[in-house]
Design a protein around this ligand. Structure first.
Ligand code: SF4
Length: 339
């Protein structure tokens, strides 16, 4: 493993998934397939072509934030409800959404103070706090693929759970390599047309493939859709998205979250009327739909008998009535809640 320093940055780990392209290198981690000249970085800013050496991860073991969160904050509502999770954020993202809610870390504002942690320290920290799960979240964790891979294998060896909160914009081969080490994921499905995904620096087909791969691999998956006025408030496109999710399963969990102005997008916050209209459309197709970033209760009703199974107030679970297998204690229906 290389360990050098340049401009105050640690260039610690050679990247996976790249090839040479004449004098340049090409990163093959995500569909951007950036061709990177000497000393340049890819679109995500955290993968650098070091002359004569190849492509390196700049964010390996570097973090912008670390905290203990309710798992509901990821959001994961049907996975270990009421538990806490160690949450780690690094820097970098391979999309360019103008409404980014985490832009200082996504765009790697160089004034940010980063700190380093090795994997053993992270596992120790989780155990010290009595936590059973670790989430890679806040920025896009997949652009730090090498650390994620190394960490995930060690975290599983330590009998802890691995969670990612991601935009799902990664090529199939690396995701297949990572997926055996994942326990749960929340994937952000941002829009449902290629044209609009392109404007956000992404690719719909890739995100759909990532979702399907995680489902096929049996990883607990929840989908988040941030409703942003002027970006994805088109009803027809949303209906297509919901129909596609339904084609996977009517039990897929969908979080519809409210946007607030941030970064380069100044539209007023998503109206509650629009949130409810989208919720109605989604509920007509899916059994488990939740509104996020709005105050109040959020309830999981049994899909068969309609009784309350889980009640949350904000991120806090105030009532959880599943049986020990996550099923409805009244009628025994499987509501796909992992305990
Ligand atoms: S991971 Fe980063 S460097 Fe690699 S192709 Fe994607 S955006 Fe480009």
């Amino acid at each position: 493993m290389m360990s050098t320093s340049e401009n105050g940055l640690n260039l610690k780990k050679e990247a996976l998934f790249w090839s040479t392209s004449g004098k340049d290198v090409q990163c093959l981690l995500c569909p951007h397939k950036c061709i990177i000249e000497e000393d340049g970085t890819g679109l995500c800013k955290v993968r650098k072509h070091v002359p004569g050496k190849g492509l390196f991860s700049l964010s390996y073991g570097l973090f912008s934030s670390i905290s203990v969160d309710p798992v509901e904050k990821k959001p994961l509502y049907h996975w270990h409800p009421g538990s806490k999770i160690l949450s780690l954020g690094s820097v970098g993202c391979n999309m360019t959404c103008p409404f980014c809610q985490n832009w200082p870390i996504a765009t790697w504002d160089r004034d940010l103070k980063l700190f380093s942690q090795n994997i053993d320290q992270i596992i120790e920290l989780a155990k010290t706090h009595g936590l059973e799960s670790i989430a890679f979240t806040y920025n896009e964790p997949l652009v730090g693929f090498e650390f994620l891979m190394d960490a995930a294998t060690k975290i599983k060896d330590a009998n802890l759970n691995v969670v990612i909160v991601s935009n799902g914009l990664i090529n199939k081969q690396p995701l297949s390599l990572l997926s055996p080490y994942l326990d749960a994921a929340n994937i952000d499905l941002k829009v449902f047309t290629e044209e609009c995904y392109k404007k956000l620096g992404g690719n719909l087909e890739t995100v759909k493939e990532s979702i399907l791969l995680l489902v096929e691999e049996g990883i607990h998956l929840e989908i988040t859709h941030l409703i942003v006025p002027g970006i994805n408030d088109d009803l027809e496109s949303f209906q297509s998205m919901v129909r596609w999710i339904r084609s996977i399963s009517g039990d897929m969990i969908l979080h519809l979250t409210r946007y607030f102005p941030n970064y380069l997008w100044n539209e007023t916050p998503t109206s509650l009327n629009l949130m409810e209209e989208f919720e109605g459309i989604a509920r007509s197709q899916l059994n488990f739909v939740y509104l996020g970033n709005i105050p109040g209760e959020s309830v999981t009703y049994c899909k068969r008998c309609g009784r309350e199974i889980i009640v949350r107030n904000g991120y806090l679970v105030s009532l959880c009535r599943t049986d020990s297998k996550g099923k409805c204690p009244y009628c025994g229906s499987d509501n796909y809640i992992e305990i």
